[in-house]
Design a protein around this ligand. Structure first.
Ligand SMILES: C[S@@+](CC[C@H](N)C(=O)[O-])C[C@H]1O[C@@H](n2cnc3c(N)ncnc32)[C@H](O)[C@@H]1O
Length: 285
């Protein structure tokens, strides 16, 4: 069957299902089935085998039911790398890339040339911590998640990127599994759940029906996890060590107060590309 014919059929079905960019998503799905990038899919009106056409139509069916594209393909691009994902982990978001870039930049300034130890708390797929290892070739990582299946996906990604020797994985609550390493971290990064319980029901079906609820919801105001993290974080950092967290866009002022009250002076709030407050960070006083 001709690729163009299948693309037209798929785009019409996705549009009918209310998918915002049906043509674009149809191309991405076709690229995944053919193992080609989008430009190659567009450039060639190639012929698909019956098996490929079947696989493509199955993908379109799943997408019609609002399954996120990343869970269909099993891949999500994050910074320069394709992370493997499944329904045990949150799909890494583009706004989280800013946290990685900022943390790497500040680590290079604060600990130049040093072999630093980084903690990624709520590691999920490992997108934050493993990307930092790729950008900081002498760094080592301790990745913690409360979900053992999520941690397995992070380990899969570490192996995929050749980082297993520099990363250690811990199952447990926040910093508790790292108690023996208290005072040794140059940096703690965390994208913990931050959605308020009553906001959760208003999120898109792609999120509420497929992504793990325990990766998103954090008590009545979305700050249950971060309040507990802030009580522990400074004890785990070296002098001058830094904490970086991703937040919801209205949580900046409250998070700044939490930072100030727990051993971090003059915390910064950084915006994402949409101009929304997204990261809070500060150095231990
Ligand atoms: C918003 S997801 C972020 C995943 C990944 N860091 C990213 O940025 O894509 C939050 C993660 O925190 C984990 N988590 C939830 N509660 C936790 C806790 N008490 N201790 C450690 N991890 C927790 C969830 O299992 C989930 O993987």
């Amino acid at each position: 069957m001709q690729a163009r014919e299948l693309l037209l059929e798929a785009a019409a079905k996705l549009k009918e299902a209310g998918i915002a960019n049906p043509w674009f998503e149809a191309q991405l799905l076709l690229g995944w089935v053919l193992d080609k990038d989008q430009a190659a899919v567009l450039a060639q009106d190639c012929q698909l085998s019956d098996q490929q056409a079947k696989e493509f139509r199955q993908g379109v069916e799943e997408r019609r039911k609002r399954k996120p594209l990343a869970y269909i393909t099993g891949l999500k691009p994050f910074l320069h790398w394709d992370f493997s994902v499944n329904e045990d982990v949150l799909i890494p978001r583009p706004e989280t890339e800013i946290l990685v870039e900022l943390a790497v930049q500040e680590l290079k300034k604060a600990f130049p040339g040093q072999s630093v130890l980084v903690a990624d708390i709520g590691a999920g797929s490992g997108a934050i911590g493993l990307s930092m290892l790729m950008l900081l070739p002498s760094a080592r990582l301790c990745a913690v998640d409360a979900s053992p299946p999520a941690l397995r996906m992070a380990q899969t990604n570490a192996a995929k990127f050749g980082l297993s020797q520099r990363a250690t994985f811990f199952s447990g609550d926040l910093l508790a599994p790292l108690a023996q390493l208290r005072g040794q971290f140059a940096c703690i990064v965390a994208n913990l759940p931050y959605v308020a319980a009553e906001e959760y029901a208003n999120l898109q079906p792609e999120i509420t029906e497929y992504e793990p609820r325990e990766a998103l919801v954090s008590g009545p105001d979305g700050l249950w996890h971060y309040r507990r993290l802030l009580r522990q974080a400074a004890d785990y950092l070296l002098p001058g060590g830094m904490l970086f967290v991703e937040i919801g866009c209205t949580q900046g002022p409250e998070m700044q107060k939490l930072f100030c009250g727990h051993g971090f002076a003059a915390p910064h709030v950084e915006k994402d590309l949409a101009g929304l407050a997204r990261i809070v960070w500060g150095a231990k006083t």
